[in-house]
Design a protein around this ligand. Sequence first.
Ligand code: WT7
Length: 651
Amino acid sequence: MSSENVGKHAIPAGFENAHAGPADYQRLYAESIDDPDGFWGREGKRLDWIQPYTKVKNTDFTFGQVSIKWFEDGVLNASVNCVDRHLERRGEQTAIIFEPDDPKAEAQYITYNQLSENVNRMANVLLSQGVMRGDRVVIYLPMIPEAAYAMLACARIGAIHSIVFAGFSPDALANRINDSGAKVVITADSAPRGGRKTNLKSNADAALLHCSDRVRCLVVKHTGDQTTWVEGRDVDVKAQMQEVSPDCPPRPMNAEDPLFVLYTSGSTGKPKGVVHSTGGYLVFAAMTHQYTFDYHEGDVFWCTADVGWVTGHSYIVYGPLANGATTLMFEGVPTWPDAGRFWEVCAKHKVNQFYTAPTAIRALMGKGTEFVEKHDLSSLRLLGTVGEPINPEAWNWYNENVGKGRCPIVDTWWQTETGGHLITPLPGAIETKAGSATLPFFGIKPAVLDPNSAELIKGDPAEGVLCIADSWPGQMRTVWGDHQRFMETYFQQYPGYYFTGDGCRRDEDGYYWITGRVDDVINVSGHRMGTAEVESALVAHDKVAEAAVVGYPHPVKGQGIYAYVTLMNGVEPSDELRAELEKWVRTEIGPIAKPDLIQWAPGMPKTRSGKIMRRILRKIAENDYGALGDTSTLAEPEVVDELIENRMNRG
Ligand code: WT7
């Protein structure tokens, strides 16, 4: 697609009183870049501080000495900012609307007063289990209000939470418990989704076999299903919450104390624990939630992500609650009982801002517009997307059928590492183009660099890798337990810049178009998967000699997982073995990592030094084998012909 052919969408009516208009954007953006201390010094005041900061920005991107500090001498508590400070003015306002998986079950409306009581009680339960300031707590829960209580309870006592998406396997859970050195894991009996149930407690039991005996297991009895129970290790959280005091004094925390760790996939090795700070992260989550979604007092905000991903952290819990919003938590899936569920929930709760992923839009698009038309969507003011590039067809469908042409679409580009939106339209200020994340948020200095020379490309248009030239408060601070890996991953290749891992194009209007990952990370339905992770799961199977995993274009998921597998000598390929390997990867990592296509590869294309030429495997997986480029350095060029001959994607 080329930007020249794509028209701009004007700012829709009704955004005249948006938090930022076109002139505000220009002025504030310029100020944020010219005077970051002044700009962020003012913005930091949107939080309540126990001890105000006197320093604002203290950051260094120099490889070898990378250090990122914001508001460093300030003292605050995140749960106070998300809960206590709202009680006087909006104690009886709904903080969380909980919409259960089963559409016939009652929704819950949790007021700020009730949120406060639950968070305080849960915090006291954690204290009673010996959790102290700085300790790690792994949260492995479905999309239920207790997930938010648990996050805020950790924040209240200064413990560091690390949420593991409930779709991850016991092995993935165990790895994260062990890497973070967690003292406690909080889980539930089972997780209903789309009318089916996952037994989370038995996953946690399986994971804990690989962890220290000292790890406690706090169980939320959500469905009431029978589970195994280990005396002395397992704790009934809801029962305990009734035993403890409803008051738990908040622990004063330094702005730079970690608020949470969230594991994410990279191009190499095991997932990294992305560490976010208390002060800077919360300022940035709250500010982006307010500006990007043009959030106003009284709005009902719905982000459909799972709290297991950063989107859920920043835009279900921390951003909305810091702003005193009503945030909707949805336990279910978009296509059950039918493809109208999202729109039914929007109508039922009169949602004003709706934020979802392109993969969901594409899946619903395929089911036809009648599911949208059945429901009254007049409450919607704004639509958002996140997670992967949105193709213009999906953008237009969303705009016309859901937004009825009157809701701005904010295509928000950001990452687990960035804490909040970095490139996004502001609905009252920036005209949109279908498929472009448009312009940088306040304080963000995107830079397009030449991937070969690592030089800055000046002027428009430009195409290259996307870097960010200076820090912002929501930036990750380090990799848990491995600052060296943090520096090597993000600051080594392009000295002086934060390297995002994404490629991009900047058009003649200065608009950014994200073209996807340039590293060995694939984006499956908006979920980040390291190809190396799937490969190491596959080679862990005793029938597999070698595996190479690449992404390929998938009509609904954005990218699909394509695995080339070389079997051990004497092992015959079969459909049963293919199914066995799929199942194996599901248990090793989780259903999201299951290969979509597995091709038996008698040999891999390798250089003479034995390095797999992934470029060639990518091309074959893309069904673009006519353009393999230079294959002269291959050790055995004939393996390529064999792979082309038997390629799995002929679409
Ligand atoms: C990667 C980050 C940030 C929340 C969800 C994903 C891709 C994200 C967009 C967008 C194009 C996008 C990038 C990025 N991505 N949003 N609006 N347009 N690409 O977080 O798992 O850390 O993945 O998702 O490739 O690097 P994540």
